[in-house]
Design a protein around this ligand. Structure first.
Ligand code: CMP
Length: 138
């Protein structure tokens, strides 16, 4: 049975012109796009999205980074979507990401790491609803 995950192509990767390359890698790895948009988070949006990290020392920098320029948000569907997508993007820190993963190819640092993927089925549903209304999803 298929499941969903929420992808964001983060400001660094959008600024560096990697939208097309990342989407090609995602779809050629078997993920179906069920929702997709170019959007920009306000500081308040970024604080809400990353609320779980609010006590971390990097939280203010994370909020500034995620709201500084547009992102791509997408709902992706596949069997084992959450774990397969996390394997495809690689470790949070790009220097630890396996060769050929999205972060290995396109990320520059742990703070500016090109893509986000949901960490559980429950959070995938919450994050998909954060970005998309019912009529934006297919
Ligand atoms: P992501 O997995 O999308 O969600 C949490 C984000 O916080 C993570 O990607 C990184 O962008 C950021 N992050 C995690 N750990 C650190 C860290 N040690 N220093 C700076 N940013 C971090």
């Amino acid at each position: 049975m298929s499941s969903i995950t929420l992808m964001m192509i983060k400001p660094d990767a959008v600024e560096n012109g990697y939208i097309g390359k990342i989407i090609e890698k995602v779809t050629s790895s078997g993920f179906k796009i069920r929702a997709l948009k170019l959007t920009q988070l306000s500081k308040y949006d970024a604080q809400r999205f990353y609320y779980v990290h609010r006590e971390r020392s990097f939280f203010p920098d994370l909020v500034n980074f995620m709201s500084r320029s547009p992102i791509i948000a997408a709902v992706l569907e596949k069997k084992n979507a959450v774990s397969d997508f996390r394997n495809l993007i690689g470790s949070t820190n790009p220097v630890e990401a396996d060769e050929g993963t999205i972060r290995n190819l396109y990320a520059s640092s742990i703070a500016e790491n090109a893509v986000h993927g949901s960490d559980s089925d429950k959070n995938a549903k919450i994050e998909a609803s954060f970005h998309f209304s019912g009529r934006e999803r297919f």
